[in-house]
Design a protein around this ligand. Sequence first.
Ligand SMILES: NC(=O)c1ccc[n+]([C@@H]2O[C@H](COP(=O)([O-])OP(=O)(O)OC[C@H]3O[C@@H](n4cnc5c(N)ncnc54)[C@H](OP(=O)(O)O)[C@@H]3O)[C@@H](O)[C@H]2O)c1
Length: 262
Amino acid sequence: MSTTSSDERPVAVITGGAIRVGGAISRALAAAGYRVWIHYNRSAEAAAALLGELGVAAEGGAGLGALAADLGEDSARRRLLAALVDPGGPAGGRVDLLVNSAASFEHGAFLARSDDDLQRVLAVNLIAPLALVRGLAPALQRVGGAVVNILDLAAYQAWGGYADHCVAKAGLAMATRALAGELAPSVRVNGIAPGTVLWPDEARFAEGSPARAAITARIPLGRAGTPEDVARAVLYLAREPFITGHTIVVDGGRLASAVGPL
Ligand SMILES: NC(=O)c1ccc[n+]([C@@H]2O[C@H](COP(=O)([O-])OP(=O)(O)OC[C@H]3O[C@@H](n4cnc5c(N)ncnc54)[C@H](OP(=O)(O)O)[C@@H]3O)[C@@H](O)[C@H]2O)c1
C-alpha cells in the first residue's frame, strides 16, 4: 500500500522535467499544488537539485522522486511506467497529469542523415510520448486526468536541417488530436507549441549571433519567450475541463505572421 495514500494532492509526471523548459513546468506545477515526478535522462544532478528545491511530498513538499530513463529505449520506458503506476510507490500509482516535454533536437541535412538517425528521433519525440500515454491511461482514467504534449512550431513549419524533428513533432500534433478522441471522455489530451523560449545550446545561437537576431526579427512581439510562458499554458490546459484535442501556440505571434504582409 502507498505510504501517502491520504495525500489528496494531484500527481503530475513531467518528462525531461529537470532542466530548461521541463524544469519550469515542474516548478509551476509544484507551485500550483501538484506532487511531481521528475523524469530525466542525463541531467541526474539537476533532477536531484530540483527535487531538493521542491521538497519531499511525504513531508508536505512537492517532490515524489526523480526517475531516470532513456526514452529512446523500450525497456527503459517500461521501467519508468512500472515505477509510476506502482501501487506501493509514494503516490500509490496515482497519475493526474502527464506532460510529455522531453525531446531531442537533432540538426543535419536530410541527405546526410540515416534511417537510424530518423528512428532515434522518432523514438524519443513521438513513440515515447505515445507509449507513456498508453501505459498511464488506466491511471489517468481512474482520476479523470489530462495529458499535455509539448510540440514545437516545427510541427507546423518545416525548419531547414530539422526534417526528422519536424516529422516527429507533426506526428505528435496529430496524435494530440487523435488521442483526445480515443481517450474521451475520461482523459483530456492537449498540446503546447512553443516558439523560441530558450535558445539551443549551440554556438551558432550564441548571444549576439546573427541567427538569434534573424529569429527574433520574425517574432511580432519582438522577443523570445520564456520557459515560464510555456509552463503557464501547461497549467491552463491541465485545469480547463472542457478543452481537449487542441494545441496552444506560445510563440509571440511568429506562426500567425509567418506569411508576412501583402
Ligand atoms: N527551447 C525552446 O525554445 C523550445 C521551442 C519549441 C519547442 N520546445 C520543446 O520544449 C521541450 C523542452 O525543450 P528544451 O529546450 O527545454 O529541451 P532541451 O534543452 O533540448 O532538453 C531536452 C530535454 O529532453 C530530455 N531528453 C532528451 N533526449 C532524451 C532521451 N533520449 N530520453 C529521455 N529524455 C531525453 C532531456 O533530459 P536530460 O537533460 O535529463 O537528458 C531534457 O530534459 C521539447 O519538447 C522541445 O521540443 C522548446
